[in-house]
Design a protein around this ligand. Structure first.
Ligand code: PRT
Ligand code: ZN
Length: 226
């Protein structure tokens, strides 16, 4: 059990695609802050809200373990973490508290562009390179297809050329990266965007009230942008 905490703690990506938009969103909620010397922490000044700057992959576990209350993260990361956590029998279910409408991408299956796509059954027996093995495995199971996820944490798109895998399941936004690697997206496993992730229950120690205030402002800021 963690110590009582009267300040809300929000995890966001330190750098990368979602870091700057997440900071801008918090600023548009009226949050001002002072940055810690090591640049891992933003101490909220105008609201009792502190921000932890981390790798996006660490955000779900920080919330599930109660270190942070909320996080801004891609649905792709949240879903993969949830499946992993469930498969390994740990509790700490997370949900999407808000969808943010930016950071959009898809987790797509892509095959060499000189091949014809006839449907998911074509993937039977193939090695599929991905950074999202649980999400891929769930989809394969739904499709009734038996294939072999190959976990790669980066450069998934070059795996077929290197002979590490036959096809890939990778994040796509413009599709340029796949095309440059002679791959063609053929079907979508997951539609993703940035979300506010939180536990599937209310927060303790008065932090729910702070979260409600922050989310009210966030909803206003998101509406203004539309
Ligand atoms: O360092 P850290 O671990 O925090 O960052 P990261 O490198 O793991 O993540 P980052 O910053 O690359 O992505 C963070 C989140 O942005 C992802 O989890 C997604 O939710 C979201 N997102 C949106 C994307 C993309 N669009 C995207 N295009 N994440 C990755 N990509 C990749 C894509 O796979 C391809 O390799 O970007 C490349 C360019 O894509 P195309 O299709 O435009 O060519
Ligand atoms: Zn990451």
């Amino acid at each position: 059990p963690s110590q009582p905490r009267e300040r809300l703690r929000v995890a966001i990506q330190k750098s990368g695609r979602l870091g700057d938009p997440a900071r801008e969103l918090l600023a548009s909620c009226g949050l001002t802050w002072r940055e810690s010397r090591d640049r891992l922490f933003l101490y909220g000044e105008s609201l009792p809200v502190d921000v932890l700057l981390v790798r996006d992959d660490d955000i779900p576990a920080l919330i599930a373990d109660g270190v942070c209350d909320l996080g801004i993260v891609g649905r792709n990361v949240l879903v993969e973490h949830g499946l992993e956590r469930a498969a390994t029998g740990r509790d700490g279910r997370l949900t999407e508290w808000r969808r943010l409408g930016w950071g959009a991408c898809r987790l797509d299956v892509a095959i060499p562009d000189d091949q014809e796509w006839t449907g998911p059954e074509q993937l039977a027996g193939l090695r599929i390179a991905t950074s999202y093995p649980r999400t891929l495995a769930r989809w394969l199971e739904e499709q009734g297809v038996d294939a072999q996820p190959v976990l790669l944490n980066g450069s998934v798109e070059i795996a077929p050329r290197l002979g590490q895998a036959d096809v890939v399941a990778d994040l796509v936004s413009s599709g340029g990266t796949l095309r440059a690697n002679q791959l063609e997206p053929v079907t979508t496993i997951l539609e993703s965007e940035a979300v506010v992730a939180g536990p599937d229950h209310a927060l303790d120690d008065g932090r729910q009230e702070i979260a409600d205030l922050l989310l009210r402002r966030l909803d206003g800021a998101v509406r203004l942008k539309e």
